[in-house]
Write a protein that binds this ligand. Structure first.
Ligand SMILES: [Fe+2]
Length: 489
């Protein structure tokens, strides 16, 4: 064969590999940063970008398994005895419906270096796992504390193919536990796909990124499986919910640049107020737990602490796994955190020497909340355990509670124990709701209903002491309320 023919054949080969592709339409996530490590979550997608918004949606129907009766799809509803029937319009499939970004086989690797260094470190290439939605995670270790790193995630279709996608990003590691260092962080909650406020996702992501947070906490309801025209009634549709959400440019840009901690809540596990053992259609609570881990790479167990230098320790609480069942609640005291987590909370709060203790909870501990609700410590159904937890938290000065879940922003103070709770609110104005009163009640230091936003925190040591500033922001990032707490040296 003469050389003139070899060259075009080679070009054709690479063109085909590129077309087959290994892409990152759902970007990558950086999770669980510590002083010495971070987890890099990667996923290979078949296509470079999500399916366009003019693509059709599947038709979701659900029938009672016993009677065969067609059931109406309603927001916040579960269908424990439902048989789902998913119909794709002509020319559409799971990979091409609106917002889709299906996974694909291939290999991925992570390259990283401290900012300012010339040499890159690299992981080995690794296959993504088809049984885990074509994701894999890399645990980077032996990193330097309080240091900014650059990162590149590369994908290729197979071991002998050239890389076809490359995404860059960066993160910062936590300061050492003894370091007299500051911290900035953002906390958000409750992002519903149908309520997004930009074609490319959510305005709060660039607003949070502009604050250059060291770390970020999503307190739950990152997707709403049980809302909109397509409920996650199957595992494939649950993964579709994650893919269409995390393929938005605003989310991809944020998550490739900020280390994150994900807490799950009810809607991103299964359905509204879901408990262990529950199911909807063909999707079970156990499937929901696995899918949450698959998509957000949290460390185990799901209740955990984050240490960020000498002055900050954060508690991330688990609000779903250990809830008592309705049957249990008829004869015993209802629980949310469960015996083991409460013992852990008591032990770790007592052991902490951080200047500020920040407890981040997926559901409120203080409230007030509506009388109609019965899913958190501010509701009467959990009054006994709620009093016990609030009394436990009140033992510590310089302890603040930050809650997700409620779709309005507030800062409140418990009349009995004095502990303070900051509610970060819904991710968009369209998703705000729940509490309609405009006038603060006596428990409120601040109340803002009808609008979304997020929370940011900043810890700054100085000669005078260590200052914790908490701020509630609107969706554009403008501060709507702030308060400072100075801890003298
Ligand atoms: Fe929510």
């Amino acid at each position: 064969m003469c050389l003139r023919r070899v060259v075009p054949l080679f070009s054709l080969y690479f063109a085909l590999v590129t077309a087959a592709g290994a892409h990152q339409a759902t970007g990558f996530k950086l999770t669980e940063p510590t002083a010495s490590g971070i987890t890099v979550w990667t996923r290979i997608t078949r296509d470079a970008e999500r399916a366009a918004d003019d693509r059709p949606l599947p038709i979701t129907q659900i029938f009672d398994r016993t009677t065969g009766e067609a059931l109406r799809l309603r927001d916040n509803a579960a269908y424990p005895n439902g048989r789902p029937v998913i119909t794709f319009p002509a020319g559409a499939d799971l990979g091409s419906i609106r917002g889709a970004a299906v996974g694909a086989p291939g290999q991925t690797r992570v390259r990283y270096r401290r900012v300012g260094q010339t040499e890159w470190l690299s992981t080995a290439w690794r296959d993504v796992e088809p049984t885990r939605d074509f994701t894999t995670t890399f645990a980077l270790s032996a990193l330097t504390p309080a240091t900014r790193y650059e990162i590149i995630v590369e994908d290729r279709a197979s071991a002998d193919a050239a890389p076809t996608s490359m995404t860059t990003g960066g993160f910062v590691t936590a300061p050492d536990v003894k370091a007299d260092a500051g911290a900035t962080f953002c906390v958000m909650s409750c992002q519903q796909y149908e309520d997004r406020d930009r074609p490319d996702g959510f305005a709060i992501y660039p607003a949070m990124l502009a604050l250059r947070p060291d770390f970020f906490v999503n307190t739950g309801d990152a997707v709403y499986y049980d809302h909109g025209p397509v409920h996650a009634l199957t595992l494939a549709l649950a993964r579709y919910h994650w893919a269409r959400m995390y393929s938005f440019t605003t989310l991809r840009d944020f998550h490739r640049q900020v280390g994150s901690f994900f807490i799950k809540d009810d809607h991103d596990t299964l359905t509204d107020d879901s408990h262990p053992g529950a199911r909807t259609g063909n999707f079970t609570f156990a499937d929901g737990l696995r899918t949450f881990r698959e998509q957000t790479a949290p460390s185990e167990p799901s209740y955990r602490t984050v240490r960020w230098g000498r002055h900050v320790e954060v508690w991330l609480l688990e609000g779903r796994d250990d809830r008592s069942t309705r049957e249990h609640d008829r004869t015993q005291t209802p629980t949310i955190l469960g015996v083991e987590q409460i013992a852990w909370l008591e032990r770790t709060l007592a052991a902490s020497d951080a200047t500020f203790r920040i407890v981040i909870t997926p559901t409120p501990m203080v409230g007030p909340d509506r009388a109609s609700k019965d899913d958190n410590y501010s509701n009467t159904g959990y009054a006994v355990e709620g009093s016990k937890i609030r009394e436990l938290l009140a033992r510590y000065k310089n302890l603040t509670v930050i809650t997700g879940d409620r779709h309005w922003q507030y800062v409140s103070r418990d009349a009995v124990t004095g502990i303070e709770e900051w509610s970060v609110g819904a991710a968009t104005n369209a998703h705000a709701g729940g509490w309609d009163e405009k006038t603060p009640r006596p428990a409120h230091r601040f109340l803002r209903t009808g609008f979304g936003g997020f929370l940011s925190g900043e810890v700054r040591p100085s000669d005078k002491g260590v200052r914790l500033s908490l701020r509630l922001h609107d969706t554009a990032g403008t501060v709507v309320f702030s308060a400072d707490n100075l801890s003298p040296r």
